[in-house]
Design a protein around this ligand. Structure first.
Ligand SMILES: Nc1nc2c([nH]c(=O)n2[C@H]2C[C@H](O)[C@@H](COP(=O)(O)OP(=O)(O)OP(=O)(O)O)O2)c(=O)[nH]1
Length: 311
């Protein structure tokens, strides 16, 4: 029997400055009535996802979108249909969200959801929403350990929440000591810490997980047993494999010319956004990017930016 194409849906993660986002209960006349969901609805013929979202937020909440960036696209199969959800992050709007379809509205944070049940397709997205916009990567072999630890401490004090230890040329003994110090620093600031490549060390030091190299990613057929798993990607094949493996997020690089990989041709923002159009995982733009590039990265579909220098 031929399968029908997925129903295309545009969905808004309407986010306030404090990081909380809006959930709405589904009205009584709809399937899954009473379930909580992100505001949005089906994309009509001839509409782009953003046009549909603009219409839906006006109809459902009486607001006008001022700033929205593409985020994740996830396919989910319900018994009644398969849906493809085009998530947008909406950070600025005009008007106050007001229930226009007898729905209830509630502001929530990803780590503390107080309403239930959620539409099943929304649940995996909550994990992605806990990921911060900046992902820092260490380069202590270059700067020296003391400088690196001082820089990390300062960055943590300034709000850094996600860090990868990537010291490919550091002798193993030294790496263990350095990593121990970084884990302690990160955890004392409620930041997450991943280790590049070394799954055993990541587990031994009670880090939050591992960041796979692209070669390691392609060689794996099952996801490592860690809480958080990131992966480095440079092309479509790696992006696809990361999805199949079920990692939590990826970096895609190099976006711009970068000191650490001077021989690699940068993707540029257009190719970057083409590669991750309709992608289901959070993507950090990496390679030559600076804090000032965050808005550009998000406008091109990135979750955020990853940086070695510039933290
Ligand atoms: N709006 C929204 N829909 C979601 C989410 N998660 C999820 O699986 N869906 C599914 C449920 C539905 O099958 C589909 C959206 O359809 P809908 O019935 O709400 O669409 P609509 O507002 O255009 O309403 P209608 O014209 O069909 O009555 O997407 C979500 O977070 N928000």
């Amino acid at each position: 029997m031929p399968t029908s194409p997925p129903v295309e849906v545009a969905v808004a993660v309407l986010t306030r400055a404090d990081g909380s986002f809006l959930l709405a209960s589904r009205p009584t006349d709809k399937l899954y009535s009473g379930y909580w969901e992100f505001p949005g609805g089906k994309i009509e013929a001839g509409e782009t996802p953003l046009q549909a979202l603009t219409r839906e937020l006006d109809e459902e909440l009486g607001i006008t979108i001022n700033a929205a960036t593409p985020w994740l696209t996830r396919v989910f199969s319900y018994p009644h249909a398969t849906v493809r959800l085009h998530f947008y992050r909406v950070t600025r709007w005009q008007g106050t969200p007001t229930p226009r379809e007898q729905q209830q509205l509630v502001w929530q944070t990803a780590d503390k959801i107080s309403v239930a049940p959620l539409l099943p397709a929304c649940i995996p997205v909550l994990r992605s929403l806990t990921l911060p916009p900046v992902y820092a990567i260490t380069h202590a072999t270059e700067t020296g350990i003391e400088t690196s630890l001082a820089t990390i401490q300062q960055a943590l004090q300034n709000g850094l929440k996600l860090l990868q230890i990537r010291e490919k040329a550091m002798p193993h003994d030294q790496l263990e000591h350095y990593a121990q110090a970084v884990v302690q620093l990160a955890h004392s600031h409620q930041a997450m810490i991943l280790i590049n490549q070394d799954i055993d060390l990541a587990q031994a030091l009670h880090t939050d997980g591992v960041h796979l190299t692209s070669t390691q990613l392609l060689s794996l057929t099952t996801r490592p047993a860690v809480d958080w798993c990131g992966a480095s990607c440079h092309n479509q094949a790696e992006l696809k494999h990361a999805e199949q493996l079920g990692v939590d997020f990826v970096t895609l690089s190099p976006v711009l010319p970068t000191l650490s990989h001077p021989d690699m041709k940068p993707l540029g923002w257009d190719k970057f956004s083409t590669l991750i159009r309709d992608y289901s995982l959070s993507v950090y733009a990496l390679g030559g990017v600076q804090p000032a590039d965050l808005a550009t990265a998000q406008a091109h579909g990135a979750h955020g930016i990853a940086m070695m220098r510039g933290i």
